[in-house]
Unconditional design. Structure first.
Length: 238
C-alpha cells in the first residue's frame, strides 16, 4: 500500500553501493526506516541528495509486508539545513541535535505537536542569528512534548535542580544553585533570547549540557547516554 508522510531525516545506514536505509521521524508513523536504491538515473540520485540529516521532506513510500521498513518511492525536499551559508558553530550544533534527536525519538510515538515543535525549531535555528545555548533551550522545552517536564518549584528554599526527582531541592552548593537558577527561565518557550544578557554564560554551558543528557537518560531513554557529539560541542562552544 502506498502512502505519503512528512518527515525529518535523522540517520542513514548504507547497505551497499547502491542501497541504503534512511531513518526518519514522520508525522504518520513516528520513527520509520525507508529502504531506497540509487542508480545512474537523475531522479534516483536526487533522492539521496535530498535525504540529508535534519532535512524536512515529504515522502511517498510503499508499506513493506513484514512491517520492519518501507520502500521509498519519491522525495520532495521542504527544508534543507545549512543551505544559506556555512557556519562552523551552527554545524557543530546541527551535528549534536541530529544525534540527540535520532536517539531520543527512536521510541517516540507519532505526535503532531512534537513533530511541529522540532520542525519549527530547526527552521528558526537556520533563519536566526546563532544562539550559543539554543540546543540547551531546545532540549529543555522538548520535555514538555515528551511528557516529562520538570516540576517548576524553584524558590529561595529549593534552588537546586535534582535530575533524578525532576524537581528543585534544597541547595547543595553555590555553584549548583547558580546553574540551576537558569532553568526556570526556560519553562516558557524562549528558544531565541532577545538580548545577550539572557544567553547562558559560557562556563555554565557544558555543565548544563551534562545535566540535560543525564535528565533525558533517566526520564526519556538510556540511549542518550551513548551520545558522542556533545564532546565536540563542548570544545567549539566553550
Amino acid at each position: 500500500m502506498m502512502y505519503r508522510t512528512k518527515g525529518i531525516v535523522l540517520h542513514k545506514t548504507p547497505i551497499a553501493d547502491n542501497k541504503a536505509v534512511f531513518h526518519v521521524y514522520t508525522t504518520a508513523e513516528g520513527m520509520r526506516s525507508f529502504l531506497t536504491y540509487t542508480s545512474l538515473k537523475r531522479e534516483k540520485r536526487g533522492q539521496w541528495v535530498k535525504m540529508q540529516p535534519l532535512a524536512v521532506v515529504d515522502l511517498k513510500a510503499e508499506r513493506c509486508r513484514n512491517g520492519t521498513m518501507d520502500y521509498l518511492k519519491s522525495v520532495e525536499l521542504e527544508h534543507a539545513p545549512g543551505m544559506r551559508s556555512f557556519d562552523y558553530l551552527k554545524s557543530a550544533v546541527r551535528m549534536f541535535l541530529n544525534e540527540a534527536l535520532y536517539r531520543i525519538l527512536q521510541s517516540a510515538p507519532p505526535d503532531a505537536e512534537l513533530f511541529d515543535y522540532v520542525e519549527e525549531s530547526l527552521r528558526r535555528f537556520e533563519e536566526k542569528p546563532f544562539v550559543p545555548d539554543f540546543h540547551l533551550r531546545f532540549l529543555w522545552r522538548m520535555t514538555h512534548y515528551l511528557g516529562c517536564t520538570p516540576v517548576n518549584n524553584y524558590s529561595e528554599d529549593t534552588p537546586f535542580f535534582n535530575v533524578e526527582t525532576a524537581r528543585f531541592m534544597p541547595v547543595k552548593s553555590d555553584a549548583e544553585a547558580a546553574l540551576s537558577a537558569w532553568i526556570p527561565r526556560w519553562t516558557e518557550d524562549l528558544r531565541f533570547p532577545d538580548t545577550a544578557a539572557e544567553v547562558l554564560p559560557a562556563p555554565f554551558r557544558a555543565p548544563m549540557l551534562e545535566c540535560l543528557l543525564s535528565y533525558y537518560s533517566r526520564h526519556v531513554t538510556t540511549a542518550v547516554s551513548g551520545i558522542q557529539s556533545h564532546k565536540v560541542l563542548k570544545e567549539v562552544l566553550r
